[in-house]
Design a protein around this ligand. Structure first.
Ligand code: PGA
Length: 251
């Protein structure tokens, strides 16, 4: 099995000074982790500081958003060539907080993914339902979000399944079994949407992951890794999650 992805987005947290301190604390704690693909997605303002700390280590870095155009009159925005020049490996798009706060659409996601991939980076695309529901309607909605990726290069694509109801303070991670069902349904969507022997798209889970919930989620079929939010703001907890192995619930 390919190496698992274990990563975090810091969302709108950590100044560049704090980000450098974070990396300084994290690095010795994960020195021995060589069989996972670790990554951090700082806010734009901290990418440079993170790169200074992480260049030459096994931890990759990236961004949480990108404008789909190359350059031009878009005040306050940041483009894919700017991120590629900073050594970003990954760029996250489609997060439910951006869909909610900025009205971002699946059409925008398609354009962002194209820009990210044109510049040699991997697009990390978040999908997921707003409310708990049965698997049928949930997969209908996720299928619509995945349609935005039908023309994407699958070798530079990661999907993050993030049920909106499981994200953020006060929420709890989805049930491991549910996560396994959805991940397998997403895999099936990719298999049926385009024939041929193309690259498998890793599917990672995000939503209130912590050290306690991680092992059972990792044990689910179709789970290629974890995307950690608030619990990874503590580098020690992130390092702990980075070391965990899958353990089936009930064992
Ligand atoms: P959370 O965030 O772990 O704080 O719930 C997850 C995410 O939004 O990716």
């Amino acid at each position: 099995m390919a190496d698992r992805f274990i990563g975090t987005s810091w969302k709108m947290n950590l100044t560049s000074t704090q980000a450098a301190e974070y990396c300084g604390r994290l690095l010795p704690l994960v020195e021995d982790v060589t069989d996972r693909r670790l990554f951090v997605l700082p806010p734009f303002t901290a990418i440079w500081a993170v790169r200074q700390k992480l260049a030459g280590t096994q931890i990759a870095w990236g961004a949480q958003h990108v404008h789909p155009e190359e350059s031009g009159a878009h005040t306050g925005d940041v483009s894919a060539p700017m991120l590629a020049d900073l050594g970003c490996s990954y760029v996250e798009v489609g997060h439910s907080e951006r869909r909610r706060d900025y009205g971002e659409t699946d059409a925008l996601v398609t354009a962002q993914v194209a820009a990210i991939q044109r510049h040699g980076m991997t697009a990390m695309v978040c999908v997921g339902e707003r409310e708990r529901a049965e698997i049928g309607p949930v997969m209908e909605g996720i299928g619509r979000q995945l349609s935005a990726l039908s023309g994407a290069d699958r070798s530079r694509l990661i999907v993050a399944y993030e049920p909106v109801w499981a994200i953020g303070a006060g929420a709890r991670a989805a049930d491991p079994e549910w996560i396994g069902w959805v991940h397998q349904a997403i895999e099936a969507w990719f298999r049926s949407s385009r024939a041929g022997s193309e690259a498998d798209v890793p599917i990672i889970y995000g939503g209130s992951v912590d050290g306690a919930s991680a092992p059972a989620i990792l044990a689910q079929p179709g789970v290629s890794g974890l995307f950690v939010g608030r619990s990874a703001l503590d580098p020690e907890e992130f390092a702990r999650i980075a070391h965990l192995n899958p353990v089936s619930a009930g064992r």
